[in-house]
Design a protein around this ligand. Structure first.
Ligand code: OGA
Ligand code: NI
Length: 333
């Protein structure tokens, strides 16, 4: 099947964009963003030796916002720079080279180079192409979806994956302690060392009618947590108290989203954040979220230590794969 990549559409859409990308007035970012206020999502210094303070700020951010940024996180800036360099280089390859990594239409797996095929409920398309592939654990990696060009793609991605563990472990420890659990219990509830790290590269070409389109419509992530690095083009928005705000980028910070699985395990104490992405009129936006997920056959539900007669479970327990199936097919959980 011939799929039109947004990158190709952008090449011949110099002044206007096809109608299927134009959002309704309920979604258009120019009409629905609180102007003049940039959301200052909490910034957490992960190197702070006062662990209690770090736990407190993470609990506060995860309960009230579902999003925060971390600095002094231990991933070398050079590692992040190199991850971005090779991802950008991949998308700048000629179309036929990228198509060699295309997700096959009938495939169950999300991995590969793609453009969202199915339209959304309102029949609108998102202004984005993407590449998905797992980066951890080694037994889950399908290297056929890792670009061979640029040649350092693999090395740079492996280095990023290796450095992520420190941050992920620290975040899970703090989220766990913040609920009164032992430090390791949250990670264990998500599959421990079998947690899967799924990298996505979002490539949002410049868009002549950026005010009318969206890169990613409003959603919460299905993952446990998502750790995102953006290029320097602003565009991520978060919904707080029913209003949309631009999220301020802090140089070298990682942007952490609380996903649905942490909301479920915490029995609703932590909130998965509703967010979306704008596109830019002059510049290409790129972002690299890593979805940290439970293994697909792991059953996830409210942690037994957090529920009792006074606090009944607010969510059903189900396999992560089942959760994803329901969410993607828009059937009730
Ligand atoms: C996503 C997402 C936001 C961004 O891919 O799930 O929310 O800033 N991306 O690209
Ligand atoms: Ni997201």
């Amino acid at each position: 099947m011939e799929v039109e990549r947004v990158q190709e559409i952008a090449n011949f859409s110099k002044e206007t964009i096809p109608e299927e990308f134009i959002r309704t007035t309920y979604e258009q970012p120019a009409l629905t963003t609180v102007q003049g206020t940039v959301l200052e999502v909490p910034v957490i210094d992960l190197s702070d030796p006062d662990e209690e303070k770090v736990v407190r700020t993470i609990v506060d951010a995860s309960s009230n916002w579902g999003m925060f940024q971390v600095v002094n996180h231990g991933i070398p800036h050079e590692t992040v720079r190199k991850l971005k360099e090779v991802g950008k280089a991949f998308f700048e390859l000629p179309p036929q080279e990228k198509e060699a990594y295309a997700k096959s239409p009938g495939s169950q797996s999300i991995e590969g180079y793609g453009t969202k095929l199915q339209r959304e409920v309102e029949g609108k398309k998102a202004w984005v192409d993407h590449l998905f592939h797992k980066i951890w654990p080694p037994s889950e990696i399908n290297y056929q979806f890792w670009p061979k060009n640029p040649p350092s793609y693999r090395k740079n991605n492996e280095e990023y994956a290796k450095h992520m563990h420190g941050v992920v472990d620290k975040l899970f420890r703090c989220l766990s302690l913040g609920l009164g659990l032992e430090g390791n219990e949250m990670k264990e509830a998500m599959g421990g060392d079998n947690m899967v790290y799924l990298l996505k590269i979002n490539y949002y070409p410049q868009c002549p009618q950026a005010d009318l389109a969206l890169g990613v419509p409003a959603h919460t992530d299905m993952s446990a947590i998502t750790i995102l690095v953006p290029n320097d083009v602003q565009g991520l928005q978060a919904c707080k108290d029913d209003h949309w705000y631009d999220v301020e980028y802090i140089p070298n910070a990682l942007i952490v989203h609380i996903g649905d699985q942490i909301e479920i395990v915490s029995n609703g104490k932590y909130k998965s954040v509703l967010h979306r992405a704008k596109v830019n009129k002059e510049k290409t936006r790129i972002s690299w979220p890593v979805f940290v997920e439970p293994p697909s056959d792991l059953e996830v539900g409210p942690h037994p230590k957090l529920v009792n007669e006074a606090n009944p479970p607010k969510f059903k327990s189900k396999k992560y794969s089942q959760y994803c199936f329901c969410k993607l097919n828009k059937t009730p959980q």
